[in-house]
Design a protein around this ligand. Structure first.
Ligand code: F6R
Length: 259
């Protein structure tokens, strides 16, 4: 696993934008997108490069990692609305090529199957952007998720609901379920790029990067992936034991390259 430590969140966001930019230049056509706060600076940088440097997303398919179950499609906190507002409305991605589980599907279990199949039809995702929950989740794969899991309906933990309550008026308004790509589904992407910033992520990052591979920390599955890049700011990296080595590597190798 490649661990890239940057001085601040802005630098971390630019590093992720660099990886996506290079992939697009090399002809990549399928991206996996996370929502939440972590990738926002990367998305803003990609929007800027689209506007100022002509970076194009034409012909690209983008798949969301997950979606809440039960929110009306027009609710501002569905992940489909969030990603449109924060990213895809500001670039030239064809709206018909933005894919997400449907939050209002009457049968969420069937919807999860449909989404897994839609993904398989476009697979592989070339670059998959990930955030990490304070409990170590990726997507909505909460602790105890099978490392072999596929896209499915999941019950959200109290800690995830509390973490996400900042986007809702009350804790009660946060949905109790989500549809998420599974850990095995996510692992089929060619390049996993996880971004984490801020001191509240330091514990989960240390568990994911240096802890045992375990369902207790779903993000630890990145240790099994042949091409995983973890981009951190200093605050999120603070609990890593091998920090001096990661800093040394970062000085001698461009982020995201496979060597
Ligand atoms: C969202 C997602 C989640 C978030 C995670 C971190 O699509 O997949 O796993 O990445 O909950 O959220 P933030 O970035 O808001 O701290």
């Amino acid at each position: 696993m490649e661990v890239v430590v940057r001085s601040d969140a802005g630098e971390a966001g630019r590093t992720v934008a660099d990886i996506v930019h290079r992939a697009l230049r090399n002809g990549v056509r399928t991206l996996g997108l996370a929502t939440g706060s972590s990738p926002l600076l990367a998305y803003r940088e990609l929007i800027r490069r689209h506007r100022d440097e002509g970076l194009s997303f034409a012909g690209v398919d983008a798949f969301l990692l997950d979606e809440y179950v039960g929110l009306p499609a027009t609710h501002p906190q569905t992940y489909a609305q969030v990603i449109r507002r924060e990213f895809t409305e500001h670039i030239d991605l064809d709206p018909a090529r933005l894919h997400a589980p449907t939050s209002t599907a009457p049968d969420p279990v069937a919807e999860a199957h449909r989404y897994e199949e839609a993904l398989a039809a476009c697979a592989p995702v070339n670059v998959q952007i990930l955030g990490i929950g304070t409990n170590g989740h990726i997507g909505f794969n909460e602790p105890a998720s099978s490392l072999a899991s596929r896209t499915r309906l999941k019950t959200l933990t109290d800690s995830t609901r509390r973490d996400n309550a900042r986007f809702f008026t009350t804790l009660e308004a946060v949905p109790r379920h989500g549809i998420t790509q599974g850990l095995a589904t996510i692992s089929e992407a060619h390049h996993l790029v996880l971004i984490a910033t801020g001191p509240h992520k330091a514990h989960a990052v240390a568990a994911a990067v240096e802890g045992p591979v375990s369902t207790r920390c779903p993000a630890s599955i990145l240790q099994l992936h042949p091409h995983a890049t973890v981009v951190l700011d200093e605050l999120a990296a603070a609990q890593l034991q091998d920090l001096p080595y990661y800093r040394h590597v970062a000085r001698h190798k461009p982020a995201g390259q496979r060597y």
